[in-house]
Write a protein that binds this ligand. Sequence first.
Ligand code: DQA
Length: 144
Amino acid sequence: QTILVLNGPNLGRLGTREPEVYGAETLADIGAQLEASAPELTIDLRQTDDEAELISWIHEAVDRRLPVVLNPAAFTHYSYALRDAAAQLKQAGVPLVEVHLSNPHTRETFRHSSVISGVATGVIAGFGAESYRLAVDWIQRSLG
Ligand code: DQA
């Protein structure tokens, strides 16, 4: 079983980007941890700074019926286009777990709302790289 682990803008900078907020691990480190913790799954980890590319990956997940772990990064807070893409996962009954490294609710006001959460199966935020691991664990268990 393949799981798409999709990451939005600036997440390719993890490791050097505000480590006190986002942790010292790089996205590659997170991917390696996920692979180690779920060896029977294929973790297809991707990152883009481009909204159109991220939307095209969600379309791919809908068409291939692949569960998605999504850190939409700043798109969380304003991308109705990404939400409309994610709504198609919900329509198709494909699991979508929204993840955040930080807990956005403890931060600036603009981070307190997510336009994605309303179409996500669930949301995990505030546990650093562990947020991803928890999301993958849940998907794995829900697949049975
Ligand atoms: C983030 C939180 C967002 O507010 C921010 O724009 C990010 C990362 C997180 O993982 O904590 O880029 O999604």
